[in-house]
Ligand binder design. Structure first.
Ligand code: TXA
Ligand code: MG
Length: 341
């Protein structure tokens, strides 16, 4: 049985934080809100607790967890920042922490191998969510927290989505409301360079390529078409998949409906002139940006809308492309992965 802990009342926050810390300190796992997506948290220095995260998510052991810290000092407890990376790492942390940027750094021995899947590196980030921040600080240890969904499935941006994914498998979910950003953190591996550092972007996210360019040369790893050994091991080709088949189409002309099949549309923005929305009698339509906020709004709503379509009972989801700049890069990356079978 999974308990939902309501964290909407600020006056109750200390009590909620203490309850969660007690569970984590006892080696349990708890789903927690962050500004990106909900995470399934465990004491990052306790290998048995980390094992429970892998179990609950049915996550393969080769896919390492992100470690959440509560202070800059805590980074040095889990990572060994090389001399030639100190400057760029400090600049990135100052610019985007707390916030949706994860840094891959050489790890220290205290981080159990199960957390990093045996890699010599550890992925660290500092969440901007008040609950996650307070819990990490009160626990005293960093918290390993991957997204709180079953492996390969749609990431949860609300407590009820976590319940659908992991209900019955974990002791508690903290309900901190809807996530502010709605997409997982950007993952960067910084590398020292002759003149400027190189920022290897292992996963695109809310901190965009455009935002990072002033810090160094931003490199996107080659797109991984097979399911083998990407540099961020969790970035397998067929990720973020709804149960319902999804197809990303470049243009409406590529849509060849089959007789008797029900199609749902993942529309970017209904007001877009060339959009798919009025071109067919869709069984269900969900707009990423109904308020015309476009990419920022689309990012916040992305996983929610995908889940709505998945639950709508259509036979296939047709996704319309979004413009591939800024946040659109992360959205398109996820749509491509979701549409590979
Ligand atoms: O926004 C986020 O980052 C959310 C919230 C909960 O913090 N977490 C999240 O975790 O998205 P997860 O497990 O769904 O994705 C973690 C990604 C995986 O693709 C994994 O392969 C990569 O981080 N990763 C973790 N440690 C790594 C490492 N040492 N080197 C390269 N990639 C790593
Ligand atoms: Mg995930």
């Amino acid at each position: 049985e999974t308990r939902i802990i309501d964290a909407s009342d600020p006056a109750e926050q200390n009590k909620v934080v203490q309850e969660v810390v007690d569970l984590l300190a006892a080696g349990e796992v708890v789903a927690l809100p962050t500004e990106t997506v909900y995470g399934l948290g465990a004491d990052a220095l306790n290998p048995d607790a980390a094992a429970k995260v892998f179990d609950a998510k049915e996550r393969p052991s080769f896919d390492p967890l992100i470690v959440h810290v509560g202070s800059y000092e805590q980074v040095d407890e889990v990572a060994e920042v090389p001399e030639d990376l100190k400057e760029i790492v400090a600049k990135l942390m100052k610019a985007y922490w707390p916030g949706p940027l994860t840094l891959v750094l050489p790890k220290k021995d205290c981080v159990p191998d199960i957390v990093t899947s045996g890699l010599p590196t550890v992925a660290v980030r500092m969440s901007a969510h008040p609950i996650m921040k307070a819990v990490v600080r009160a626990l005293g240890n960093p918290i390993a927290a991957p997204s709180a969904n079953r492996f390969g499935r749609i990431s949860p941006t609300s407590a009820s989505a976590v319940e659908k994914e992991l209900g019955g498998r974990i002791p508690a979910i903290v309900d901190g409301g809807a996530c502010r950003d709605g997409l997982e953190s950007t993952i960067i591996r910084p590398e020292a360079g002759e003149k400027r550092p190189t920022l290897h972007m292992l996963r695109s996210g809310p901190v965009t390529k455009e935002m990072l360019q002033r810090f160094g040369r931003v490199e996107r790893p080659k797109r991984n078409r097979s399911n083998e050994a990407p540099e961020a091991p969790g970035q397998l080709a067929n990720h973020y998949a709804p149960v319902t088949p999804l197809r990303l189409l470049r243009s409406f002309a590529d849509f060849k409906p089959e007789e008797g099949k029900k199609y749902g549309l993942l529309s970017y923005c209904g007001a877009e002139k060339a959009g798919f929305i009025n071109a067919y009698d869709w069984a269900q339509v969900e707009e990423l940006s109904p308020g015309n906020g476009k990419l920022a709004e689309a990012a916040v709503r992305f996983f929610y809308v995908l889940r709505q379509l998945d639950e709508s009972g259509v036979d296939e989801i047709i996704a319309e492309p979004v413009s591939e700049t800024g946040l659109g890069v992360a959205i398109m990356d996820k749509l491509r992965r979701a549409s590979i079978r």
